[in-house]
Design a protein around this ligand. Structure first.
Ligand code: KIV
Ligand code: NA
Length: 258
């Protein structure tokens, strides 16, 4: 049975942790889906597989191209598509257009937009009114890297209050869930308690209603990974070894066999 937004909200009420991961292609999406992940995010973190240093250069076209591949691999999980930088901040119209493509062309079931400042809350409210499910994202928002860097957010009292108020405003605007990235765990707990929609944490401690990580970090495939990520495998090592073994056998004329 395919996971619905209603179910994810029920998971929070039942105290059942939500499992989320990112996917950028068919192969990984299909593996995650069969493994039983609840929510698959076509994150703009796909920037790393395109060789970009930040998420800023990623285009909507690139996102849609990858999202369509993910769609073909996902049957069970809820599929959420990240809108890339400056494909939704310009105007409500622009956001509606981009989100529309993510749903109509790529087959996503929801979109994720960064930020909880008043103009973004208004944009999100309009998308939700139009029938587009939206996931919020506050705390460290990597599309603002040149303003805030990649450090933990919500360290000062003013910042904590701002992030809490943003989360509350996003819930009122109608988001069905919200990503809390790289904030202190007691702040994530406070937000999680105050909201009736599920919080999905990344680098936000154990008190969120669910957790998300970038799949290449979980698999040990990333060149560098954030301090809060955990690698459950070492694919860099596995791949390097396999390629070296193959190269050796070809050069030694051991593969293929006669
Ligand atoms: O792009 C991404 O992968 C994300 C998650 C890590 C939340 O936004
Ligand atoms: Na993202």
């Amino acid at each position: 049975m395919a996971i619905t937004i209603r179910q994810l909200i029920q998971y929070k009420q039942q105290g059942r942790p939500i499992v989320a991961l990112t996917a950028w292609d068919y192969t990984i999406a299909q593996l995650l889906d069969v493994a039983g992940v609840d929510l698959i995010l076509v994150g703009d973190s796909m920037s790393v597989i395109l060789g970009y240093d930040t998420t800023l250069p990623l285009t909507l076209e690139e996102t849609l191209h990858h999202a369509k591949a993910v769609r073909r691999g996902v049957r069970h999980a809820l599929m959420v598509v990240d809108l890339p930088f400056l494909t939704y901040q310009e105007s409500i119209q622009q956001a509606m257009h981009s989100a529309g493509l993510a749903l109509k062309e790529a087959g996503g079931q929801a979109v994720k937009l960064e930020g909880g400042y008043p103009a973004m809350v208004e944009t999100i409210a309009r998308l939700v009114q139009a029938g587009i499910p939206v996931m919020g994202h506050v705390g460290l928002t990597p599309q603002s890297v040149h303003q805030i860097g990649l450090r933990q957010q919500g360290k000062t009292e003013t910042d904590r209050q701002r992030i809490l108020q943003e989360a509350i405003a996003l819930e009122q605007a109608g988001v069905f869930s919200i990503v809390l990235e790289h904030i202190p765990s007691d702040l994530a707990l406070e937000i999680t308690d105050k909201l009736s929609i599920p919080t999905i944490g990344i680098g936000a401690g154990p008190h969120c209603d669910g957790q998300v990580l970038v799949t290449s970090d979980v698999l040990g495939l990333s060149e560098k990974q954030p301090p809060f990520a955990k690698a459950y495998a070492n694919l860099r090592e596995t791949i390097t070894k396999a390629v070296q073994d193959y190269s050796f056998e070809v050069r030694q004329q051991k593969f293929p066999q006669k």
